[in-house]
Design a protein around this ligand. Structure first.
Ligand SMILES: *Cc1c(COP(=O)(O)O)cnc(C)c1O
Length: 373
C-alpha cells in the first residue's frame, strides 16, 4: 500500500509539483530584466485573483506582515478604529492595532459566530470619527465566513476604510475587491495560493491610498510608498523571496487557467462533499456561517482532540488542524482548498472515521500515546 502523506490544514497547504520544481532552479539576481519580467507579470496577474484594477504589492514575510502593513499605512496613533472579532485572526487585528496605539472599538462575537452588517452600520453611525474597519473574509480559527460585501456597503460613503484579511479566503471563498468596494485586501502565500509560506500581499484602492501620506504610524519595511515607487519599475524595495515568486508565476498560471469562478465553485463542491461526509459520521459543525475554505468540527465530548489529531498525523499520515488558543482540543479543522482533491478528502475522512471509532472504543494503544504540542 502506498504510504499516506496528506496535508489537509488551512495553511500551509500542499504545493503543486510544477511549483516545487521551479523552486529548485539555481538562484539568480533580482535587479535584472529576467526578474523584472517575472515580477511584473505576477503583479499583473495577482490583480485578477484579487478582482481589482489596483496594484497588488508583494512583501517578503508571512501573512501577518500584510496585516501590519494594512494598519500602519492607513492609520495614525490615537485614531479610532473598529475591529470585527470572532476568532483568533480578528483578535490579531486588534492586537496589531493596539500595539500601534490605535483606539480600538471591538465588535466581538463568540468563536464560530459572525458580526452582521447591521451591527457595523449602527456602530459607524454612533462613531462618526472611525477611520478604519478591520475584518476577516474567512476566520480560519472557526471556519466562519463573514459578509464582506454587506459590510463594505456600510463603510462606503463614510470616512472609514474597510481593510479585509483574506489570507485564507483568497482563491477559495468569493471575494470581489472592486465590485464590493473593499478598500484594502491583505493575503498570504501558503493558503489558497498553494505556495510555501513567505509572501504577503496587499492591494489598496484610491480611498485608502489617499491616507498613506497622512498616516503617522511609524513604519519602514512595510511602507507602501516604497513599494509603490519600486513597483513602477517592476521591482521591490528590498530583496524579494525570488524563489517563491518563481513558484507564484506557476500557480497563477494554474489558477487563471481554471478561472476564479472555477476555483470558487470547485472549493464549494469540496466543502459540500466534506459536510455530507462529516454529517454521516455524526460530527457537529463548529459554525453555522460556513466558509468554503475549511470545515471546523466540534470534537465529540469524550475525546481528546489534540491526541486524536496527533494519532492521525504521526501514525496515519493525515494532518488536519486542531483548535487555536482557547479552542485547543475542542475543534478539528479540515481544509478543502488549493490543491486538495475530493480523493484526498475521502482518504482523510476515512482515516478520521477509523481513528474516531478507536478513540470512542477506548482503545488503549491510541490513548497511551504522548502528545507533543
Ligand atoms: C493564516 C492566517 C493568518 C496568518 O498568517 P501568517 O502567515 O501565519 O502570518 C492571518 N489571517 C488568517 C485569516 C489566516 O488564515
Amino acid at each position: 500500500m502506498k504510504k499516506i502523506n496528506l496535508l489537509l490544514t488551512p495553511g500551509p497547504t500542499p504545493v503543486p509539483s510544477e511549483a516545487l520544481a521551479v523552486m529548485s532552479e539555481p538562484i539568480f539576481h533580482h535587479r535584472t530584466p529576467q526578474y523584472r519580467k517575472i515580477f511584473s507579470a505576477v503583479s499583473e496577474d495577482l490583480k485578477k485573483v484579487f478582482r481589482t484594477r489596483e496594484s497588488v504589492f508583494t512583501f517578503t514575510g508571512s501573512g501577518t506582515v500584510g496585516m501590519e502593513a494594512g494598519v500602519v499605512n492607513f492609520c495614525s496613533p490615537g485614531d479610532r478604529v473598529l475591529v470585527i472579532e470572532a476568532g483568533k485572526f480578528g483578535e490579531r487585528w486588534r492586537e496589531i492595532a493596539e500595539s500601534h496605539l490605535l483606539k480600538v472599538i471591538s465588535l466581538k462575537a463568540e468563536y464560530g459566530d459572525v458580526i452582521s452588517k447591521e451591527v457595523v452600520r449602527s456602530t459607524l453611525k454612533k462613531n462618526k470619527d472611525v477611520k478604519a474597519v478591520f475584518g476577516t473574509l474567512c476566520e480560519t480559527s472557526t471556519g466562519a465566513l463573514f459578509d464582506i460585501q454587506g459590510i463594505a456597503a456600510q463603510t462606503k460613503g463614510t470616512d472609514a476604510i474597510f481593510v479585509v484579511d483574506a489570507i485564507s479566503g483568497l482563491a477559495s471563498d468569493r471575494l470581489e475587491m472592486d465590485a464590493w468596494g473593499v478598500d484594502v485586501v491583505v493575503s498570504g502565500s501558503q493558503k489558497g495560493l498553494m505556495l510555501p509560506p513567505g509572501l504577503a500581499f496587499l492591494a489598496a484602492n484610491e480611498k485608502a491610498r489617499k491616507r498613506i501620506k497622512e498616516a503617522k504610524c511609524p513604519r519602514y519595511y512595510v511602507d507602501l510608498l516604497r513599494y509603490d515607487s519600486a513597483l513602477q519599475k517592476q521591482d521591490t524595495p528590498f530583496t524579494p523571496a525570488i524563489t517563491i515568486v518563481l513558484a507564484l508565476r506557476v500557480v497563477l498560471d494554474k489558477i487563471l487557467a481554471e478561472g476564479m469562478e472555477g476555483v470558487w465553485s470547485r472549493t464549494e463542491r469540496l466543502a459540500k462533499f466534506v459536510r455530507r461526509r462529516v454529517h454521516d459520521l455524526g460530527l457537529e459543525l463548529f459554525t453555522n456561517h460556513l466558509a468554503n475554505t475549511l470545515t471546523a468540527l466540534k470534537v465529540p465530548g469524550e475525546i481528546n482532540g489534540e491526541e486524536l489529531i496527533s494519532v492521525m498525523r504521526d501514525q496515519r499520515g493525515v494532518t488536519i488542524a486542531g483548535g487555536q488558543g482557547s479552542m485547543s482540543g475542542k475543534v478539528m479543522r479540515i481544509a478543502h482548498f488549493g490543491l486538495v482533491s475530493e480523493k484526498d478528502l475521502g482518504v482523510g475522512l476515512r482515516i478520521l472515521e477509523k481513528t474516531l471509532k478507536e478513540f470512542q472504543a477506548g482503545s488503549k494503544s491510541v490513548k497511551r500515546l504522548k502528545v507533543c504540542k
